[in-house]
Design a protein around this ligand. Structure first.
Ligand SMILES: *[C@@H]1O[C@H](CO)[C@@H](O)[C@H](O)[C@H]1NC(C)=O
Ligand SMILES: *[C@@H]1O[C@H](CO)[C@@H](O)[C@H](O)[C@H]1NC(C)=O
Ligand SMILES: *[C@@H]1O[C@H](CO)[C@@H](O)[C@H](O)[C@H]1NC(C)=O
Length: 241
């Protein structure tokens, strides 16, 4: 049966710049010199690979860049999690999101993506650096309310949700109304997050200790439905209606 194809969120990535120690994914034991690369996504995904489960149904190229979509589930079934004090709402079925990876690894370096986020509460727009062992440095953009820009980092060997996350308001219009350029600059000593070239957060290796992300990582960009688990749905300002 065909799942009804409903676009509930739009994300156009105008361009993305990776400037790093870029290592071919086929051989991450080698560390060739830094290579700079740039993708506009207006008519191709060259140099990127769809995550398993993501299909061409969930994206299209446009003059503004790549448009990502969530396919709605056959029905939205609202449930309440009675194991939480607030009986938090969530959806029985999640929409099918879209994720794609860069094909080169970087171990330290700078990455920027120019993004307009989805505007549907419960949908999460993610621009992240992720290593095969789970080390992660990210921006995740939420729809609805205030403090919709989250920055975070995780140590793959022991993921602790919430501990290293920060939230903030966008510099001007909401993230779903305006393109902003989100940058992660990562060195062995510190991680700096920027929006439109303005530093908004800095974490040092000294502060993070052993939990500092250090494994070779790839850029991953995605749009996902955060409605399926009550705590996640609440964080994501959802569940999606
Ligand atoms: C990977 O790197 C090693 C060490 O430099 C080299 O011997 C090997 O040929 C490389 N493999 C590929 C597939 O490039
Ligand atoms: C909580 O939800 C579960 C699953 O829906 C249900 O079996 C259980 O009876 C509920 N408990 C209460 C106290 O409502
Ligand atoms: C995308 O990156 C993640 C994190 O490293 C990895 O688990 C996944 O296998 C990658 N998928 C593809 C298709 O390369």
């Amino acid at each position: 049966m065909m799942v009804p194809f409903t676009s509930i969120g739009l994300v156009a990535i105008f361009s993305s710049l990776v400037q790093a120690y870029v290592i071919p994914a086929s051989n991450i034991s080698e560390h060739p010199p830094c290579v700079e690369s740039h993708s506009t996504f207006t008519n191709s995904l060259d140099g990127w690979i769809l995550e398993r489960g993501s299909t061409a149904n969930n994206y299209e190229h446009s003059a503004d860049g790549l448009v990502m979509k969530i396919t709605a589930p056959n029905e939205y079934v609202r449930l309440n999690d009675n194991s939480t004090a607030e009986n938090l709402p969530y959806n029985k079925y999640e929409g099918k999101g879209f994720t794609f990876n860069g094909t080169s690894y970087m171990q330290y370096g700078r990455f920027s993506a120019t993004v307009k986020s989805a505007d549907v509460p419960g949908a999460v727009t993610a621009v992240i650096l992720i290593a095969d062992d789970g080390d992660e440095i990210d921006f995740e953009l939420l729809a609805g309310g205030s403090e919709t820009i989250t920055s975070n980092y995780f140590w793959g060997k022991k993921i602790v949700y919430g501990a290293n996350g920060r939230t903030r308001d966008p510099p001007a219009k909401p993230t779903w109304e305006q393109f902003y350029t989100y940058t992660i600059d990562w060195s062995p000593e510190r991680i700096i997050w920027y929006i439109d070239g303005v530093e908004i957060r800095r974490t040092t290796k000294a502060e993070a200790g052993v939990a500092y992300p250090s494994s070779a990582a790839r850029v991953q960009i995605g749009l996902w439905d955060g409605s399926g688990v009550s705590g996640t749905a609440q964080w994501a300002r959802g569940p999606i209606d």
